[in-house]
Design a protein around this ligand. Structure first.
Ligand code: BDP
Length: 680
């Protein structure tokens, strides 16, 4: 198994009696004569899935022939919203109803999932609708085929071959996304090339949009703020300049001519050297609103990213996005959503939720999470990300009292927004198995499912994915589910326990480099974040420090502001803690820190053992691939552990707790490892 089929395996149902039960209910598939392309997709997907699961070609009819079939139907139903579905048994047939054809498509995939995971036929009643409206994947792919922070090969979009050559992979990509409810994609990097807005590239993007459309997926585009200058021949990109405004309006009309259901724009502006409205003394709202105006009557949105931090700032990077964006709340046009990363710094293995959530009630906020494991071991470390995403979603902002979770801010219920969005930075590349690490597929999968319904649990999704992708053997399913759900916490332990953050290898963002003191900017070093000294460790963000804590609701401040009540997982995010201080875990900081590094590294061995146990239940090629990657992970967990323990020991000046065996190498040796890795 080379992993290409993802979770859409549809292998023959092994249990013969179960298969018979399904067969009895799959004598035909009905779709109405007038079926739209999306409804036809639903019929085709059902047919294809059932061919695999049941080993028989189920005929597609335009009218039901008695009982025992599957009926795809579109029927107005306000309860289901635009994309929801209901699957139930009615007069002997399984009826898959959507209020629209999109709903029916999602219903078809839900039914396939139901059978793929071995659920009973009788009394089926699956009803669901998405909690978030815009559910996007953001690719950080460049026109030359490279992928920013991509670890699964090169880009799957072959710009040079488009629009003529339509790689069959594009359709498989669309199928996979539709099966988990993703309804929008941005093909190009947020560090955008203006090229995508040229007539030449619009044809290429339009060709891809044609492949996505029958799967209910709309196409969006990252835009370079300076495009009017770079490709428009104008002298300026000032959002208040009438010529610039006219240029964007004309460009937007041109896009809609090529792609009538175009979804809108994603913008990274005045961030990490990208141009933006501030270059002309304007603010983010001026920029976003200008694009919203250009969208005019078209059905499109602007997703304006809040990932900003000024060059040469000498404050606390943690606070910068908040300081720039919070005052703009209420200033954005109705079609604008502000896209906020889950945490205040940058996709670290664990971050407290971004303080903008709950602080911009008048603005719909898109939650941006990263599926590509930029700071989480690339495609070599097994890290299942649903627990990270859930941790953010379930955090309470207290914006409108207890229970105002990030999830409810994002889905619009806290502030009664009518639009809502979520974005996952894709981990997909040209590797045959799409994500490099086979388990990376689980991150794509669970992201999509959570975007649809954020109340699903990490555990349930791990189990679902495992059954669809790896094995149905009950013992193996539970072993793998357990392994997956613990993996992120294990990664945190051997890399950045207790709230450490941003101590990884410079620019590459791989491996440990806590000693990094100099970089192009102070907030790209490690010492800026961990602040180790003779007294202790951690960033004081309380009132006696940067006071970033003040950006949160009083209830959050109260809990996190006191080291005794602050969850240990966030401790060093907010406190500079003396090495000898006893934590609420009962251990001193030094002992707790080192114990976590050791237990994290030990746990990778446990992961290897668990994985070895499931071997008989898993495809041999796939099993060997994961096992090999786990060997790298084991070696590198020790690398992280030794690097961090030895480095921080130069400050703590304390021996390891007696139960831990000191590293067999010294810091100089470890530092050399980093240099080799980074080819510096
Ligand atoms: C950082 C990445 C950088 C991205 C940036 C972003 O290191 O490559 O361009 O995020 O999100 O994590 O814009």
């Amino acid at each position: 198994d080379d992993g290409y089929r993802l979770w859409l395996k549809y292998d023959l149902v092994r249990d013969a009696s179960q298969r018979k039960e399904y067969q009895k209910q799959a004598k035909f598939i009905t779709i109405p004569n007038s079926a739209s392309p999306i409804l036809q997709t639903a019929g085709r997907e059902l047919q294809q899935g059932l061919l695999g699961l049941l080993g028989q070609q189920v005929p597609v009819l335009s009218e039901s022939k008695g009982k025992g079939g599957i009926v795809l139907a579109v029927a107005a139903n306000p309860e289901l919203g635009e994309e929801g579905y209901r699957v139930s048994t009615q007069s002997g047939n399984l009826v898959v109803t959507g209020a629209t054809d999109k709903g029916a498509l999602y219903g078809a995939f839900a039914l396939l999932r139901h059978w793929q995971t071995g659920q009973p036929v009788a009394n089926v009643n699956l009803t669901s609708k998405p909690r978030i409206e815009y559910r996007l994947l953001n690719h950080w792919d460049n026109p030359n085929g490279t992928v920013e922070r991509g670890y699964a090969g090169s880009s799957i979009w072959k710009w040079q071959e488009l629009p003529e050559v339509i790689d069959p992979r594009y359709r498989d990509y669309a199928r996979a996304n539709a099966s988990i409810g993703i309804n929008g994609v941005v093909f190009n990097n947020v560090n955008a090339s203006a090229r995508f807005l040229t007539a030449e590239y619009l044809q290429k993007v339009a060709a891809l949009a044609n492949v996505m459309r029958p799967y209910g997926i709309r196409v969006y585009m990252s835009v370079l703020w300076a495009a009017p200058k770079v490709i428009g021949g104008l002298q300026t990109s000032d959002p208040l300049d009438p010529q610039v405004r006219r240029w964007w309006t004309a460009k937007t009309d041109e896009i809609y001519k090529a792609i009538p259901d175009f979804g809108g724009f994603l913008v990274k502006a005045n961030s990490e050297g990208e141009p933006g409205p501030q270059d002309y003394g304007r603010n983010h709202a001026d920029g976003a609103n200008m694009l919203a105006e250009a969208l005019g009557q078209h059905d499109g949105i602007v997703m304006w990213r809040a990932f900003v931090y000024k060059a040469n700032s000498n404050g606390d990077r943690f606070k910068e996005a908040y300081q720039e964006f919070q005052p703009l709340d209420g200033k954005f046009a109705p079609k604008v959503l502000v896209q906020v990363k889950n945490g205040p710094i940058d996709f670290q293995a664990r971050e407290p939720f971004h303080p903008l959530f709950g602080a911009m009630p008048k603005t719909p906020l898109v939650l941006e999470v990263q599926l590509t494991q930029e700071y989480l071991g690339f495609a070599t470390h097994l890290v299942y990300l649903a627990p990270l995403i859930k941790e953010c979603l379930e955090s309470d902002t207290y914006a409108k009292g207890p229970g105002s979770t990030v999830a409810k801010v994002v889905d619009g219920t806290v502030d009664q927004h009518t639009i809502s969005g979520i974005a996952g930075v894709a981990n997909i590349g040209s590797d045959r198995n799409w994500t490099g690490h086979p388990v990376g597929q689980a991150n794509w999968y669970s992201y999509g499912r959570l975007a649809w319904d954020h109340t699903l649990t990490s555990q349930a999704l791990a189990e679902e994915w495992t059954k669809m992708t790896l094995t149905q053997e009950p013992k193996a399913v539970s072993t793998i589910t357990d392994l997956l759900t613990k993996s992120r916490d294990i990664y945190v332990r051997y890399t950045t326990p207790l709230g450490l953050h941003h101590i990884m290898g410079q620019s590459i963002h791989y491996g440990p480099e806590p000693w990094l003191e100099k970089s192009a900017r102070p907030d790209w070093t490690s010492i800026y974040y961990h602040k180790a000294d003779a007294v202790g460790l951690g960033f004081n963000r309380t009132a006696t420090g940067s006071n970033a804590l003040a950006l949160y609701a009083p209830q959050v401040q109260k809990q996190w502001g006191n080291p005794a009540t602050c969850p240990p997982d966030y401790l060093l995010w907010f406190h500079h803690v003396p090495w000898t201080q006893t934590l609420n875990t009962g251990k001193t900081l030094w002992n707790e820190l080192t114990t976590r590094y050791y237990s994290g590294a030990d746990s990778v061995q446990w992961m290897q053992q668990q994985w070895a146990q499931v071997q008989p239940a898993i495809d041999a090629e796939l099993h060997a691939d994961v096992a090999a990657r786990l060997r790298i992970q084991q070696r590198e967990a020790l690398w992280w552990r030794d690097a961090c323990v030895l480095y921080f020991q130069t400050y703590s000046k304390q021996p390891l707790p007696p139960t831990l065996t000191p590293p067999t190498r010294d810091l100089a040796e470890i530092k050399q490892l980093v240099d080799i890795y980074q080819l510096r």
